[in-house]
Write a protein that binds this ligand. Structure first.
Ligand code: UD1
Ligand code: CA
Length: 458
């Protein structure tokens, strides 16, 4: 297509009432501006440049793979474009100017906007929309012949223009050099004292340069997010869009309103997602898995036919046929090998749970390597931290760890060995041995009865 894109993301977003720059507010775990960057890339734009300003360091840190330019003081959208002029030096052709606070825009619509301008041989094409509620947007003013005359910001609009329902979406396609050649003609004589990019339409018209419009087929694509109510509305639209795509591809959700899936997540067929399931980041889930209710899986890989029930899984791998939960917490670096089980209220960190092994109840497993076919009894804890550094626990294949065993690391339990329930194991246990560490049990005959009798006398 040969177009380039400039994304405006320097504004503070006062209406968000936030410490965070507006475009950094997240939808499904991804900052808003990232959606616009990805739409521009998917539309084939190159280069894609983002204008940063308010909270620039934070925005730039979230966009390490994107070219940015600074608008040190935010004097308006027209001024923001001016600040980026150098980045497009020598670039002839279509320049899309996009709002970083409008995350629902699609690549198809951007492509159509470029085609509209190029086909008409116009200097600019403005994407307009007719939303249910036009409040807050700039209004499109047309002449009797239906040609775009002017864009008037709501704050500057008299009553009759506020009544117009067609709005400016904040997405434009310009002939790059024509745009840059005319920005100096903008002034800031308006309600906000800003240099409005929208005034370029008026400037072009007076110069006899053609400006055309394209109308978004789905007005929701154009929704700008200026406050947190709109943020929630945009999140809802994206949630539906993503969930519908997955359902049509073979994923079951009995209540899709209660399932939240990030844009980069991949799902196999016959996956079932129960209510209150959150799949975020770079997560992939293979065929036949059942996840939820009440589960959060972030930046993780889930193999075929695995089950994750009411649990949190972060930067971990749950392999084929494995089962996690209820109420397990898999922290970064956990690998649950095929058909293994991490059960009720178990926390695992930076550990491997070997194939077919079971950690069914109330355990903490940290910095451990559990072999194949191991049973770890209820309440077992790896004591991996001595207050200075972390140490490793190794449990070899086929071992049986009695309930409530404390494995004081560094320690190794040999293959097929057994530890007695309640033992604090501080030394390595050889293969096939039994290790018990606890005081011998005492029996005091009749003690309980004597106490009862004493109580009755008093
Ligand atoms: C803007 C449009 C309005 C349109 C609406 C669509 C102008 C003057 N108005 O209004 O016609 O209906 O978008 O959503 O353009 N920004 C900068 N630098 C600045 C000011 C803003 O980079 O100095 C960025 C913001 O971060 C934001 C975008 O430009 O991403 C739009 O700015 P915003 O203040 O949200 O404009 P709106 O009032 O929504
Ligand atoms: Ca806006």
């Amino acid at each position: 297509m040969g177009a380039s894109a400039l994304i405006l993301a320097a504004g503070e977003g006062t209406r968000m009432r936030s410490r965070l720059p507006k475009v950094m507010h997240e939808i499904l775990g991804v900052p808003m501006v990232r959606y616009v960057v990805e739409a521009a890339r998917a539309a084939g734009c190159d280069p894609v440049v983002v204008v940063t300003g308010h909270g620039a360091e934070v925005v730039e840190a979230a966009l390490p793979d994107v070219a940015t330019v600074r608008q040190e003081v935010q004097l308006g959208t027209g001024h923001a474009v001016q600040c980026a002029q150098q980045a497009f030096e020598g670039f002839d052709g279509s320049l899309l100017v996009l709002s970083g606070d409008s995350p629902l825009i699609s690549a198809d619509t951007l492509r159509a906007l470029v085609e509209e301008r190029e086909a008409a041989g116009a200097s600019a094409a403005v994407l307009t929309a007719v939303p249910d509620d036009p409040r807050g947007y700039g209004r499109i003013v047309r002449d009797d012949a239906g040609r775009l005359v002017q864009i008037v910001e709501e704050r500057d609009a008299p009553e009759e223009i506020r009544a117009v329902r067609e709005v400016n979406t904040g997405f434009y396609c310009f002939d790059a050099q024509t745009l840059f050649a005319h920005l100096h003609a903008l002034d800031n004589a308006n309600a906000q004292g800003e240099f409005y990019l929208t005034d370029v339409v008026d400037v072009f018209r007076r110069e006899g340069l053609a400006v055309v419009t394209a109308t978004a087929r789905d007005a929701r694509e154009a929704a700008g997010v200026n406050n947190r109510v709109q943020l929630a509305e945009a999140a809802k639209v994206l949630q539906r869009r993503i969930n519908e795509r997955h359902m049509l591809a073979g994923v079951t959700m009995n209540d899709p309103d209660l399932v939240w899936i990030g844009p980069s997540v991949t799902l196999g067929r016959d996956v079932t997602l129960a209510p209150m399931t959150f799949l975020l980041g770079e997560t992939s889930v293979a065929d036949g898995c059942v996840i939820g209710p009440d589960a959060r899986v972030v930046d993780s890989v889930v193999g075929p036919d695995a089950v994750i029930d009411s649990s949190i899984v972060v930067e971990s791998c749950v392999c084929e046929g494995a089962s996690v939960g209820p109420r397990a917490y898999l922290r970064p670096g956990t690998v649950v090998r095929p058909n293994a089980k991490v059960g009720t209220s178990v926390e695992v960190k930076n550990s491997i749970i070997g194939e077919g092994s079971k950690v069914p109840h109330l355990s903490y497993i940290g910095d451990a390597e559990i072999g194949v076919g191991v049973n770890v009894g209820a309440g077992t804890i790896t004591c991996n931290y001595d207050g200075r550094s972390k140490h490793k626990t190794v449990v070899e294949d086929g071992a049986f760890i009695g309930s409530d065993t404390m494995l004081v690391a560094p320690v190794r339990i040999g293959a097929g060995a057994i530890t007695g329930a309640g033992s604090a194991i501080t030394r390595d246990v050889p293969a096939d041995a039994l290790a018990v560490e606890r005081a011998e049990q005492r029996i005091v005959e009749g003690w309980a009865r004597r106490r009862r009798e004493q109580d009755e006398e008093e």
